[in-house]
Design a protein around this ligand. Structure first.
Ligand code: AP5
Ligand code: MG
Length: 208
């Protein structure tokens, strides 16, 4: 199964991708996570990406396309993958079409006011990578799964989030029409409970 999740920042792409990828035993490929790993590792790519990410802008297409092409060519992705946050521009979508064919695109819809609230309360475990909202946590500093310390992403500040949302509307939202025209887009309401949304996505994929 070759899947892609699209949706604004905070829609729950990452939260749902972890669950759906585990269910179908396919790798979860998040370009945002890959870029943050590069930044952490202090690589040239990471240094280049950081200035864009911190400004809430997109990293240039050529860099991202090369990174995904290489990742998808790895053995664990031969029987499928779940792309989270890629493609994000028309150029990325067209490039992807030259080296992979998607079976389904899941468009996760959440109203803007909820997105800002979700992102500004997001906490991530530095050890296991689990994502939470602060309202779910008894101890705001410790991961309830592994005890690791929780951190806030550098680009989760309200002004940067607003810029990310505006970039999403301008550059990524047009892909909804692009994939609708290819008859592989499925809309999912992303504002209910996390388990219910996973069930809805699973139903959509099972009915395909
Ligand atoms: P990326 O990391 O992809 O960020 P994003 O698209 O802005 O999306 P987020 O990760 O913020 O949100 P999400 O939808 O994954 O939500 P989550 O599940 O975490 O990209 C970051 C940057 O990298 C970009 O700005 C760009 O610079 C660069 N980049 C990445 N890919 C690129 C590309 N292809 N081209 C160019 N540049 C690229 O959930 C959010 C919060 O909500 C959490 O707290 C969670 O617990 C909570 N939550 C989730 N679901 C629910 C629910 N149902 N109810 C209540 N709370 C919920
Ligand atoms: Mg994410």
């Amino acid at each position: 199964m070759r899947l892609m999740f699209v949706g604004p920042p905070g829609a729950g792409k990452g939260t749902q991708a972890v669950r759906i990828a585990a269910k179908y035993n396919i790798p979860h490929i998040s370009t945002g996570d890959m870029l943050r790993e590069e930044i952490k590792g202090g690589t040239e790519l990471g240094k280049q990406a950081k200035s864009y990410i911190d400004a809430g802008e997109l990293v240039p297409d050529e860099v991202i396309i090369e990174m995904v092409k290489e990742r998808i060519s790895k053995p664990d992705a031969t029987s499928g993958f779940l792309l989270d946050g890629f493609p994000r521009t028309r150029q990325q979508a067209e490039a992807l079409g030259t080296f992979a064919v998607l079976d389904a695109v899941i468009n996760i819809n959440v109203p803007d006011d909820k997105l800002i609230h979700r992102i500004c309360g997001r906490r991530i475990c530095a050890d296991c990578g689990a994502t939470y909202h602060e309202s779910m946590l008894e101890d705001p500093k410790r991961c309830p799964k592994c005890g690791g310390s929780l951190y806030v992403r550098d680009d989760d500040k309200v002004e940067i989030v607003k810029q990310r949302l505006s970039v999403y509307k301008k550059k990524t939202q047009p892909l909804i029409e692009y994939y609708t025209d290819l008859s592989i887009l499925h809309d999912v309401v992303g504002s209910g409970g996390i388990d219910d949304i996973t069930d809805t996505i699973t139903d959509v994929l099972e009915q395909k």
